[in-house]
Design a protein around this ligand. Structure first.
Ligand SMILES: NC(=O)c1ccc[n+]([C@@H]2O[C@H](COP(=O)([O-])OP(=O)(O)OC[C@H]3O[C@@H](n4cnc5c(N)ncnc54)[C@H](O)[C@@H]3O)[C@@H](O)[C@H]2O)c1
Length: 221
């Protein structure tokens, strides 16, 4: 079973995709209103194809709750807002979600961070929390980073067709996570290390930002 933590713009469709492609999925969000809306059979935002995907996932048995599940794999897709004062991405929600998951997860669980983070964030902010838990409990956790690359507006298509990068400490664990994404993703999925996966996301976003800035400069001319 997979527990998707954070059922917003990224987490909800990811959970729905996996559920509608044969995986057992529980979606968790601490926003009770959001969970109540989903449990009443309504989606929380509009995107082409989302309602159909939602119906398929419901038929496949997806569950929505405010509780964290005890299971072997977690996908964390909580916000990572840009802090305009420090000019850094704030990893606070991710770290809080990891701490919450560690309260319930079994030994050897896999924690997939799907949120957008800057390179080095997992080693600097997530790994120390996991290592402290490991030395307290004597158990280990598998850390994975699988950044989401979709652009809003065409999300369902992009989830199905984009290539993906999965960074893992352990290649075999990376391959297991790849198999979950490959249940729905028709693009290429590359397994690499966590640092490289973090880097691919910032390189892609920077490339896009440079091109937008270039187009704006041309428009001014
Ligand atoms: N929105 C996009 O187009 C997009 C594209 C690519 C990547 N991303 C990245 O994906 C991540 C998620 O973004 P989003 O747009 O889905 O955010 P969002 O604000 O739409 O949803 C996040 C959800 O997480 C929930 N949440 C936060 N902390 C929680 C916790 N500890 N336990 C349970 N639920 C919790 C919130 O209640 C919220 O519903 C961010 O890192 C973002 O940068 C977003």
């Amino acid at each position: 079973m997979i527990n998707v933590i954070g059922l917003g713009y990224i987490g909800l469709p990811t959970a729905l995709m996996m559920a509608s492609h044969g995986l057992e999925v529980v979606g968790t969000d601490y926003n009770k209103g959001l969970v109540d809306t989903l449990n009443s059979g309504r989606t929380t935002f509009k995107e082409d194809g989302l309602d159909k995907l939602f119906d398929e996932a419901l038929k496949a048995g997806i569950k929505f709750t405010t509780e964290y599940a005890r299971t072997g794999m977690y996908i964390i897709s909580v916000p990572t807002p840009y802090d305009k004062f420090s000019k850094k991405v704030d990893p606070g929600y991710v770290v809080a979600a990891v701490r919450d998951v560690l309260k319930v997860c079994p030994p050897d669980a896999t924690l997939v961070i799907e949120s957008t983070v800057s390179p080095g964030t997992i080693d600097k902010h997530v790994r120390p929390v996991v290592e402290a838990w490991s030395s307290e409990t004597g158990n280990r956790i598998n850390l994975v980073h699988a950044p989401e690359r979709i652009i809003p507006g065409n999300m369902v298509y992009e989830l199905l067709h984009n290539n993906r990068t999965i960074g893992a400490d352990d290649k075999a664990v990376g391959e297991e996570v790849k198999a979950c994404y490959a249940s729905f993703c028709q693009g290429e999925i590359v397994v690499t290390d966590i640092r490289t996966a973090e880097m691919t996301k910032v390189v892609e976003n920077t490339f896009r930002a440079v091109n937008i800035a270039f187009a704006n400069e041309l428009a001014r001319i």
